[in-house]
Design a protein around this ligand. Structure first.
Ligand code: ADP
Ligand code: MG
Length: 374
């Protein structure tokens, strides 16, 4: 692929915070961005050179995007996969339709992973209420909608067949997966970039803590053995090669009590657990997305400081704008706000990172700032 150089217009499907941080990386390197998002108030749309406020399936909008952009990427896995295949007739689209189709559907994702011998939680696809097989072995379990779930939304804890059927009806009987609830020692993620030449660059593994199904804190590097980190990186890299993936890919893993790794889910895009790369790695996950998209060599992913990232949810704004002063006083803390106009509880409004001489120091200071903000 002939490299796409600064000055070019890049297309972005989705205008949320991931798109905003991609756009910032693109601007820094002299590229222009056109965003397509149906939300008139999208954080990326507001800073892009051009914002097309239309549905992802709007033919005129797609035609315009394809015609004016040198390459197209996405920040959002719920773009219909056939939209990506249609756009591919104009030029490079990364990630590709097939990878997105797998990642946007939990049933397809789990089946794909199982076919290729990756370890996943025991599960069953639940598609119709009258053909639920014997699923006793999956209780206690989690019923998850197969598509459009995020941040723990579209999930129910179920302990019996009656609870399962009730939860399924409550979720409008859309296709779901029932997953066995596993005893987690920790959760980690691997984010990598794979270029059009098949070369990969893997960011340091992060350790992720969730509260109510939403990512709260990411710690880089993860406090796990070198052997476990290598196993996770190898699995993520193998997955990217099987998919012939071009772009940034995140693989979320569960670490079980006996140190076994299980893949939870994959995201065909930069990931919340990789936001620390902006401040703590030589190349950020967003610059890497741009490099992979434009056919440039991938950047160096060395972590120059241990780093802890803390999400800032809308809950913090319920009593007015948070008091940032303590955070600003910490010279190793970095604030990132996404310029979202409405702060609903649970909504990701921003994040901060804290760099440290050690993981323990960064974590201690990040938790102190988090306490001050609450
Ligand atoms: P989302 O798409 O909302 O991120 P996930 O499937 O990653 O959905 O689930 C969110 C979180 O819920 C996980 O990070 C984990 O903390 C918890 N979780 C999900 N599935 C399981 C499971 N099978 N066993 C134990 N915890 C789980
Ligand atoms: Mg997840």
């Amino acid at each position: 692929m002939k490299p796409i150089l600064p000055g070019a217009m890049l297309g972005l499907l989705g205008g949320g915070q991931l798109g905003r941080m991609f756009t910032m990386a693109a601007h820094r390197m002299g590229y222009q961005v056109t965003v397509l998002d149906p939300d008139a108030d999208s954080p990326a749309g507001r800073i892009a050179e051009q914002f097309i406020c239309k549905e992802y399936t709007d033919q005129t909008a797609l035609q315009q995007l394809g015609a004016q952009c040198a390459a197209i990427t996405t920040e959002f896995e719920n773009i219909p996969a056939d939209v990506l295949s249609a756009l591919a007739s104009f030029g490079t689209v990364s990630p590709d339709a097939q990878s997105v189709a797998i990642a946007q559907n939990r049933i397809a994702e789990k089946c794909f992973l199982q076919t290729h011998d990756f370890s996943v939680a025991p599960f069953a696809a639940i598609e119709h209420i009258d053909c639920v097989d014997d699923v006793k072995h999956l209780f206690p379990g989690l019923l998850k909608v197969s598509q459009f779930g995020y941040d723990g939304k579209g999930q129910r804890h179920v302990n019996s067949k009656t609870e399962l059927l009730d939860a399924f009806v409550e979720m409008n009987s859309v296709p779901c997966v029932l997953e066995k609830k596993l005893p987690l020692k920790s959760e980690i993620s691997v984010i990598l970039a794979r270029g059009c030449d098949g070369l990969t660059a893997i960011f340091p593994v992060t350790e992720n803590r969730h509260v109510n199904g939403i990512l709260d804190i990411s710690i880089a590097p993860a406090r796990i053995s070198t052997m476990l980190a290598k196993q996770a990186c190898d699995a993520a890299e193998k997955l990217a090669h099987i998919l012939q993936y071009q772009g940034v890919l995140c693989v979320e893993f569960f670490v079980l009590d006996d140190n076994r790794l299980v893949i939870n889910e994959i995201a065909p895009r930069p990931h919340n657990s990789g936001h620390y790369t902006i401040d703590a790695c030589i190349t950020s996950q967003f610059e890497q997305q741009l490099r992979a998209l434009c056919g440039l060599p991938l950047g160096n992913v060395v972590l120059h400081h241990p780093c802890v990232m803390v999400n800032l949810l809308g809950d913090l704004w319920q009593k007015g704008t948070p008091d940032w002063y303590y955070l600003f006083e910490q010279s190793f803390a970095k604030l990132h706000l996404y310029d979202k106009k409405v702060a609903r509880p649970g909504r990701k409004m921003g994040h901060f990172t804290v760099l440290g001489a050690s993981v323990d120091e960064a974590l201690k200071n990040a938790l102190l700032i988090q306490q001050h903000l609450e």
